[in-house]
Design a protein around this ligand. Structure first.
Ligand code: ATP
Length: 616
C-alpha cells in the first residue's frame, strides 16, 4: 500500500515538475530531449561503422573503399559533437535559470507566509527541507536531467537491441555438434540474457538501498543542519559579536557548533560506508557482466560463428544494452528518490496561509474617521496554551492619543500584534468601524498603520530606502520625515545624504548608533503617514534632549491621527488623553492621567510614583 502511494507520489511529482518547468522555461524540455537523443545515438554510429570498417580490413578491401567509411564516420561525429556541444550549453543556461527561479520561489513564499505560521518550528523545518533538498539533492534541473536521461536510455536500449539481433540468431551452417552446437543454439543466448538480468536486478536493488540510506541521512541531519546554521550565524555576524566577546560566550557557541558537527559527521560517516559498500558490490556486478559477455562473444568468434568485426559491435552493443537497461532502472529508482526531495519543495509551495483572507476594501474617510474596537478579546500564542490577553475590551476613538502602560510581560506588545493582524484573537473580535478586521483586505488594512516596534529592524539599504520601505520614494518627504524624527543634524554629516547606505553589507555602508536607528525607524513610520500611529517604546534609545524634543512635537507629528504609545517612561503618558493599564493580560485601569493617579492603591499610581521618586 505504502509502495503504491510512493509510486503515485512520484508520478504526481513528475507531472508537477513538468508543468512548472514548462511555465518557467518552455524551451528547456524540447531542447533537453533532442540533446539526449543525440547523446544516445552517437555511440551507435561509431559501433556500427567501426565494425563495418574492421570487417573491411579483415576482408582486405581497398583503402579507398575503407576511407569512404572513415570519412562518413568522422563527418557524422563532427556534426553530432558540435550540435551536442551547442545544445548542452543552451540547456545548461536554461537549467541555471530554472534553478535560480525556484530558489527565488522559496524566498518569495517564505516572505509571504503568515507571521504566525513562520514562527512555528514545523514551518521552519519545511523551509529548511525545501531549500536543502533542492540545493544538495536534486533541484528541478537535476530532476529534468534525469527525465532526459530516461528517454536517452530507452533510445539506447532500442538501438542496442537492433545491433545485437545478429548475435542470438543461429547461423545456418548445417548441423553443428558439441560446444559449437551449444553456442549456436538459442538457449546459450538465453543463459547470457539470464546473467544480464541477474546483474541488472542486483544493481537495481543496490541502488534502491543506497537511495533509501541517502534519504534517511538527509532526514536525520535536518535538525542538526538548521541548528548549525543558527549558531554559525553568530560566528560572523558582527552585530552579535559584542555580547559574545564581553560574556566570553565563544566556548558555549563553539560547543554547540561542535556538537552539531559531530551529529552530522556520524550520519555522514554512515552514509559514506553505505556508498563504499554500494560501490564495491556495483563493481563486482559489472565484472560478472563483462566476463560473461566476453566469454560468450569470444567463444562464438573462436568457433567461427561470428566475424572478427562483429566482436567489436557485439561487445560494445552488449555494454550499451546493459548500460541502457541498468541506467533505466537506476534512473527509475533515482526519480523515486529525487521526487521525494522535490516533494519537500512542492509541499512548502502548497503550504496555505491560515489567516482569513478578507476582501473588503478600506473606504477613504474624511478626517481619518476610523474607529477600532477590541470586543472581549482573549489570546494565546500558537506554541503555548496559556492566555496572554484575557477579555480585553477597548475602543480607540478617532484622533485619540492613547498610552498603554504596564509591567514587563503584561501583554502590551501582544495587544499591538493583534491590532495589526500578525496574529488573530483566540476569542472575541476586533472591529474597524463595526466590521471584523478579518473581513478587510490585509494589505489595505495594513496601510492604516504606521508602527515602530520595540525590536524594529533597519536593513542594509540606503537611508531613503529604509525610510520609504521601498526602492522608490519622494526625496523631499524623506528629508522632512527624518528632520521631524530628530535625525536632521546627523543627516547633514551623512556622506551621501539620504542615499547613504547603512550597515556594511552594502558598499560604503555607515554604522549608526542605537538612538539614530530608532530615529530612522520613527521617520519610517512618519513617512508612511497612516491614520494610526503605534509606537512601542519609541524613545527608549533616545537621549533625554531628543526624547523631550520628540514628545514636545508629538501633537505636530501625529496631528489628527489616532496614536497609541507603549512606554515605560511614565512621564510620556502625560501627553496622552487616555491611558490604559495592562496587568497580566487584562486591562485593570482606564482613564486620564489625573483620574488614574487619584487611586493610590492601584497599579498606575505604583508605576508613576516608583519612577517619579527619582526626579523628586
Ligand atoms: N511569540 C511568542 N510566543 C509565545 N509567547 C510569547 C511570544 N511573545 C510574547 N510571549 C509571551 O507573552 C507575554 C506578553 O508579552 P508581551 O511582549 O506582550 O509583553 P509586554 O507587556 O509588551 O512586555 P514588555 O514591557 O517587557 O515589552 C509574555 O509572557 C511573553 O513571554
Amino acid at each position: 500500500m505504502e509502495h503504491k502511494n510512493e509510486k503515485q507520489n512520484t508520478i504526481s511529482t513528475v507531472f508537477k515538475v513538468i508543468k512548472l518547468v514548462k511555465k518557467l522555461k518552455p524551451d528547456y524540455l524540447p531542447f533537453l530531449l533532442i540533446t539526449k537523443l543525440i547523446a544516445a545515438g552517437q555511440p551507435f554510429v561509431n559501433i556500427y561503422l567501426g565494425s563495418i570498417i574492421l570487417d573491411m580490413i579483415v576482408d582486405r578491401n581497398s583503402v579507398n573503399e575503407i576511407m569512404q567509411y572513415v570519412y562518413v564516420m568522422v563527418g557524422l561525429n563532427f556534426i553530432l559533437t558540435l550540435s551536442r556541444w551547442g545544445l548542452e550549453f543552451l540547456t545548461g543556461v536554461f537549467r541555471r535559470i530554472i534553478t535560480e527561479r525556484t530558489s527565488q520561489m522559496i524566498s518569495e513564499k517564505s516572505l509571504s507566509l503568515d507571521y504566525e505560521l513562520l514562527e512555528k518550528k514545523e514551518t521552519l523545518a519545511m523551509i529548511h527541507k525545501a531549500e536543502a533538498g533542492m540545493n544538495s539533492h536534486g533541484d528541478i534541473g537535476t530532476f529534468c536531467d534525469l527525465l532526459g536521461r530516461l528517454i536517452e536510455r530507452i533510445f539506447k536500449i532500442f538501438c542496442s537491441i537492433g545491433l545485437l539481433a545478429g548475435l542470438f540468431i543461429p547461423v545456418k551452417a548445417g548441423k553443428l555438434s558439441g560446444l559449437a552446437g551449444f553456442m549456436n543454439a538459442g538457449y546459450s543466448g538465453l543463459s547470457l540474457l539470464i546473467i544480464i538480468a541477474f546483474t541488472l536486478l542486483a544493481a537495481f536493488y543496490l541502488n534502491r538501498w543506497t537511495g533509501k540510506q541517502e534519504q534517511k541521512s538527509f532526514e536525520d541531519n535536518v535538525e542538526s543542519n538548521r541548528r548549525f546554521g543558527y549558531f554559525y550565524n553568530f560566528v560572523w555576524n558582527y552585530a552579535l559579536g559584542k555580547d559574545i566577546r564581553l560574556y566570553r560566550m565563544d566556548d558555549m557557541i563553539m560547543d554547540e557548533i561542535d556538537q552539531d558537527h559531530k551529529r552530522m559527521e556520524t550520519v555522514s560517516n554512515k552514509m559514506t560506508n553505505s556508498y563504499n559498500i554500494s560501490s564495491i558490490i556495483s563493481n563486482l556486478i559489472v565484472i560478472v557482466f563483462e566476463v560473461a559477455s566476453y566469454i560468450y562473444v569470444g567463444l562464438k568468434t573462436i568457433l567461427g560463428l561470428i566475424s572478427i568485426g562483429s566482436v567489436l559491435r557485439y561487445i560494445s552493443a552488449l555494454r550499451e544494452f546493459r548500460d541502457g537497461l541498468g541506467g533505466l532502472l537506476d534512473i527509475y529508482v533515482n526519480i523515486g528518490i529525487r521526487s521525494r526531495y522535490l516533494a519537500y519543495f512542492s509541499d512548502f509551495m502548497e503550504l496555505e496561509n491560515q489567516k482569513h483572507k478578507g476582501t473588503l476594501p478600506i473606504e477613504k474617510r474624511y478626517g481619518n474617521r476610523y474607529e477600532i474596537e477590541f470586543r472581549d478579546v482573549s489570546f494565546h500564542y500558537p506554541n503555548n496554551s496559556e492566555m496572554v490577553l484575557s477579555h480585553v475590551n477597548i475602543k480607540l476613538r478617532v484622533g485619540q492619543k492613547m498610552a498603554v502602560v504596564g509591567k514587563n510581560g503584561a501583554g502590551k506588545t501582544t495587544f499591538i500584534k493583534l491590532l495589526c493582524r500578525l496574529y488573530e484573537p483566540t476569542e472575541g473580535e476586533i472591529l474597524l468601524n463595526g466590521i471584523n478586521i478579518k473581513e478587510y483586505d490585509y494589505n489595505e488594512y495594513m496601510r492604516l498603520f504606521s508602527i515602530v516596534f520595540q525590536d524594529f529592524q533597519l536593513f542594509s539599504f540606503s537611508l531613503a530606502e529604509n525610510v520609504a520601505a521601498s526602492l522608490e520614494y519622494n526625496k523631499n518627504r524623506i528629508e522632512h520625515s527624518l528632520e521631524k524624527a530628530g535625525f536632521g543634524e546627523r543627516l547633514k554629516d551623512m556622506p551621501g545624504g539620504i542615499d547613504t547606505n547603512i550597515y556594511q553589507m552594502r558598499e560604503n555602508g555607515v554604522e549608526i548608533s542605537g538612538g539614530e536607528a530608532q530615529k530612522i525607524a520613527i521617520a519610517r513610520a512618519l513617512y508612511k503617514n497612516s491614520p494610526f500611529v503605534v509606537l512601542d517604546e519609541p524613545t527608549s534609545a533616545l537621549d533625554p534632549v531628543s526624547e523631550y524634543d520628540i514628545y514636545k512635537r508629538f501633537d505636530e507629528l501625529v496631528k489628527d491621527k489616532t496614536a497609541i504609545y507603549i512606554s515605560h517612561r511614565m512621564s510620556s503618558c502625560r501627553f496622552c488623553d487616555h491611558i490604559v493599564v495592562f496587568d497580566e493580560g487584562t486591562i485593570v485601569q482606564d482613564g486620564s492621567h489625573d483620574e488614574l493617579l487619584k487611586d493610590a492603591e492601584n497599579l498606575y499610581h505604583q508605576l508613576w510614583t516608583a519612577q517619579a521618586q527619582y526626579y523628586a
